[in-house]
Design a protein around this ligand. Structure first.
Ligand code: NAP
Length: 284
């Protein structure tokens, strides 16, 4: 059977460290502040925001949620993000997805100052990641994928990594981070031919597609590590990933579960980024 990676335990260890850093900042009179701009009334967005609020409270970060009057326009969202970026009391800024009018995050992300852009929403942050400049934050989910691999001691140097999904928030930045660890990276998407065959070349398979249980045993080489980023509502209620975990269980050496895998590590990574932003603002 595959080893089931415990994302909650990884997140707990990260949060402990983050809480220590937050306490050190507070002891110096600095309150770390994460601002969230909410521009839609969608329930999934509201649920995510509540979980961010709880996570921030647990580690000693003040979370300020700015709810824009609905319906909010993109210029209003951009203006609020800009205002928070200029506020010296705010260290980290994120914008809740989905955006009004179905717009991509990149449409307003450039209004977030790069040094406060803890979820990598500014296209400049992605560009800096692409050219290997260290001073920008990658999107928390992509960073969480790498954190899980690091925690599980999965070697990447010279190994084959396949990422399914090419979004700017998960697939592309995850591929760039894997490349920075010297993996040989293939990015797949909806037009990729022979997807299962390409995936079977992977030592590490990262799946960020948004299609419930798309990946089954045909996609996985024996012994591969599978990171399932997908979060999809299950027909029976609850959540399922992009990987059919029970089908892959006898083939992969390790797999992240859904829920309890990438999700909690993503939130922990966001908090870690927020603290890093506060530290670099005041101390470095
Ligand atoms: P997205 O923007 O919709 O991108 C999905 C990607 O998958 C696209 O590149 C698309 O290809 C590709 N794709 C779709 N169907 C495919 C298929 N049948 N075969 C191959 N590729 C296919 O989604 P996203 O924002 O990256 O999110 C992906 C998943 O991760 C979702 O389930 C989302 O809920 C989840 N997620 C989880 C977290 C977390 O914290 N765990 C955070 C963010 C997202 P094209 O580019 O060709 O359309």
């Amino acid at each position: 059977m595959s080893h089931v990676i415990d994302g909650k335990a990884i997140a707990a260890a990260m949060n402990e460290q983050t809480a220590r850093s937050a306490a050190q900042l507070r002891a110096r009179g600095i309150i770390p502040v994460l601002a969230v701009v909410a521009a839609t009334g969608e329930e999934s967005a509201a649920r995510y925001m509540r979980s961010i609020e709880r996570a921030a409270a647990r580690v000693g970060i003040e979370c300020r949620i700015h709810r824009l009057p609905l319906p909010a326009s993109l210029p209003q969202v951009a203006s609020k993000l800009g205002e928070l970026s200029r506020d010296p009391a705010v260290h980290a800024v994120i914008c809740q997805n989905p955006l009004p009018e179905g717009a991509a995050l990149a449409a307003v992300g450039s209004s977030i100052a790069v040094r406060k852009d803890v979820d990598g929403a500014n296209p400049e942050s992605l560009g800096m990641l692409a050219v290997g400049l260290p001073d920008a934050f990658p999107p928390a989910t992509a960073a969480a994928v790498l954190e899980i691999l690091r925690h599980e001691h999965v070697s990447l140097d010279g190994r084959r990594a396949v990422v399914i999904g090419r979004s700017s928030v998960v697939g592309k930045p995850a591929a760039l981070l894997l490349l920075a660890e010297n993996a040989t990276v293939t990015i797949c998407h909806s037009r990729t031919r022979d997807l299962a065959e390409v995936c079977r070349e992977a030592d590490v398979l990262v799946v960020a597609v948004g299609q419930p249980q798309l990946v089954n045993a045909r996609y996985v080489a024996p012994g591969a590590v599978v990171i399932d980023v997908g979060i999809n509502p299950a027909s029976s209620g609850g959540l399922v990933g992009d990987v059919d975990a029970s089908a892959v269980a006898g083939v992969a050496s390790a797999i992240t579960p859904v829920p309890g895998g990438v999700g909690p590590v993503t939130t922990a990574q966001l908090m870690r980024h927020a603290i890093r932003a506060a530290i670099s603002e005041h101390i470095q």
